[in-house]
Design a protein around this ligand. Structure first.
Ligand code: NDP
Ligand code: OXD
Length: 310
């Protein structure tokens, strides 16, 4: 039994060492040196991996995402039939996303883009300072990341709302669900934060229709996946002034092409999918636990529900 590791460039040895530190007996093969195909029972992959390749391993029993998202593993051709997929849930992943969301919420709330533009023009001018409680932050997605980031915004005193698939109850957060709930939340959202998984239901959720529901001057923060945003619709909303600014960490495709309008847009903050980066030593315990559970015939943890896609 062996583990196939295929990670982002350069991180493979770090992943291998983090797993071996917990169980020195693991047989870890770093792609493409996978050895005999029959040996592989677990594959740990990121989006650069060619999923069709997985069909080569007849004894594959578990596929592990190297991130919280699993859209890269589920899109066609998807995992081989019958092979479950595990995602990562990790305190450092969650807290780093919280920091990134807060950074951008505060930039927009405190009009940092306007002050930077004033600085470039050497303009000394005080802008109106809205109270925190009057700033309404709407979260798309109230899962591991969304619920945590919403909690941070609440602690700072913002008015916080959130939208999920199933109705949720979160302390101090006004919760919405379903299509009607989405529209109702958007109509009162000054800063929209997307932390949804990318699924057939959520692809393109930020589009001309939904952006138009936001109050004029609202801002967008997308830390989820590029496929959630219809880029041309966002650019049109930015150019018309309906959307005042956007902080974007994720794009479709990635890397963001050099000639894409987002790069040079004065009111778009571009990040290179770095809002929250998986730290192998932090996530290794849950991966090793799943490997042990699999081989002992025990129930696996953090499994993806194929019926919802996350
Ligand atoms: P979770 O699975 O824990 O939470 C997903 C949330 O989205 C849940 O609240 C879920 O609703 C909601 N949701 C899913 N589908 C729908 C829908 N159709 N309508 C309304 N709500 C929906 O995910 P995480 O919080 O862990 O992660 C979210 C995403 O963040 C990841 O999938 C990944 O794409 C992205 N990510 C980005 C990173 C980066 O660095 N940029 C790093 C890590 C993750 P319900 O509560 O009802 O289930
Ligand atoms: C993730 C990511 O899904 O890094 O964890 O985007």
């Amino acid at each position: 039994m062996a583990i196939l590791l295929s990670t982002k460039d350069g991180t493979m040895p770090t992943w291998r060492d983090a797993l071996l530190a917990l169980d020195g007996g693991l047989d870890i093969r770093m792609f493409p040196a996978s050895g005999p195909a029959e040996d592989i029972d677990v594959a740990i992959c990121w989006s650069s991996y060619d999923m069709a390749e997985l069909r080569r391993y007849p004894n594959l029993k578990l596929l592990v995402s190297m991130g919280a998202g699993v859209d890269h593993l589920l899109r066609p051709p998807g995992p081989p039939p019958g092979v479950p997929v595990a995602r990562l849930k990790d305190v450092l992943l969650t807290s780093a996303m919280g920091e990134w969301v807060l950074l951008n919420v505060l930039r927009f709330h405190r009009q940092d883009l306007q002050y930077r533009a004033q600085q470039a023009a050497r303009i000394w001018r005080e802008l109106p300072a809205p109270e925190t409680a009057t700033r309404r932050i709407g979260f798309l997605g109230l899962g591991e990341l969304g619920a945590h980031a919403a909690g941070l915004c609440r602690v700072l005193g913002f008015t916080v709302m959130g939208w999920s698939r199933q109705p949720r109850r979160l302390d101090g957060v006004q919760c919405f669900a379903g299509t009607d709930g989405l529209d109702a939340m958007l109509r009162q959202t000054d800063i929209l934060v997307c932390l949804l998984p990318l699924t057939p239901d959520t692809r393109g959720v930020i589009n001309a229709r939904t952006l138009a529901l936001l109050p004029r001057g609202a801002a967008l923060i997308n830390g989820a996946r590029g496929g959630h945003v219809v880029a041309q619709d966002l650019l049109a909303a930015l150019d018309s002034g309906h959307v005042s600014a956007a902080a974007l960490d994720v794009f479709e495709p990635e890397p963001l092409p050099a000639d894409h309008a987002f790069w040079a847009h004065p009111r778009v903050l571009v990040w290179p999918h770095a809002a929250s980066i998986t730290i192998p030593r932090s996530v290794a315990p849950q991966v090793v636990e799943n490997i042990h559970r699999l081989r002992a015939g025990q129930p696996l943890i953090n499994l993806v529900d194929f019926s919802t896609g996350y």
